[in-house]
Design a protein around this ligand. Sequence first.
Ligand code: SF4
Length: 314
Amino acid sequence: MDFEKPRIVVSKCIEFEPCRYNGLMIKSDIVKKLKDYADFLPVCPEVGMGLGVPRDPIRVVNSRGKLELFQPKTGKIFTDEMNEFSKSFLESISDVDGFILKNKSPSCGVKAINIYPSFEDSRPSKDGIGLFASKVSKYFPKLPLEDEGRLRNLIIRENFLTSIFTIASFRRTFSGGLNDLITFHTKNKLLLMSHSPYYLKIMGNTLANNDNKSFDNIKAEYQGLLFRSLAEDQNPSLNVNVMMHAMGYFSKEIKHDEKTLFLNTLNDYKDGRIPRLVCLKMLELWITRFENEYLAEQTFFKPYPPDLMQITFI
Ligand code: SF4
């Protein structure tokens, strides 16, 4: 399977440059590995808005309902500088498929960053989002956005990688015609089913075009549905349904014992005892043995480069 390279905006301090406030760089195996399969657009908003390396740390303060970027050592406030940099950077980029930002940062943190209740208070709550990250969500609400810490989790990583490679593949389709869109839909059917059977059905109706819409309208409608579908994370129940559906293609050919073994393996996966990859490999064996071309083309079995299908990343 051929994979389109996703274009990913990444916090520059993750595997690209030692630009953190303390002059260090952050290690991330997944970002390191993705360098071979994605085009990265590294950005450091704090350096971008004019701070040097190293620098005094900054924090987010909730000042009477307004979030401010504050540097306790100097007493300076950098909120306007950060907002201006974020706007000019985010308005300058296009054809982006996702974002990987640094966790816990007052600028880049995606979830649960420290928010201080006043300029003097030193006891933060942990329920905020970094100022740059909040602008990313505003400018690109439909694109996958994760931090490098959460990407160590297998399920979060699988969902993220699946989304960015599917969106990148769709971007290539976008320049083609209706037939390209139908081909995209056909080979992604099981994958879309594993995210949302509901959206899969509506997407099928959109392509059937019973209302005689223009191709541009179909594309725009389909794109919106695709983003909404990918935003619904896969879960074990939906994955099991899809894999049962795939097994149905072989129900006449496989032996009773093989079927029982597969169903038990699905249960082990559903109960969290083994990763999904084990069930997929069993299905792939049947796809190869019975030469099922339709399933062989399904992205559900290889949504992103196999080299990235590692169980643990640090
Ligand atoms: S977390 Fe963001 S702002 Fe901080 S050093 Fe990394 S890229 Fe720069």
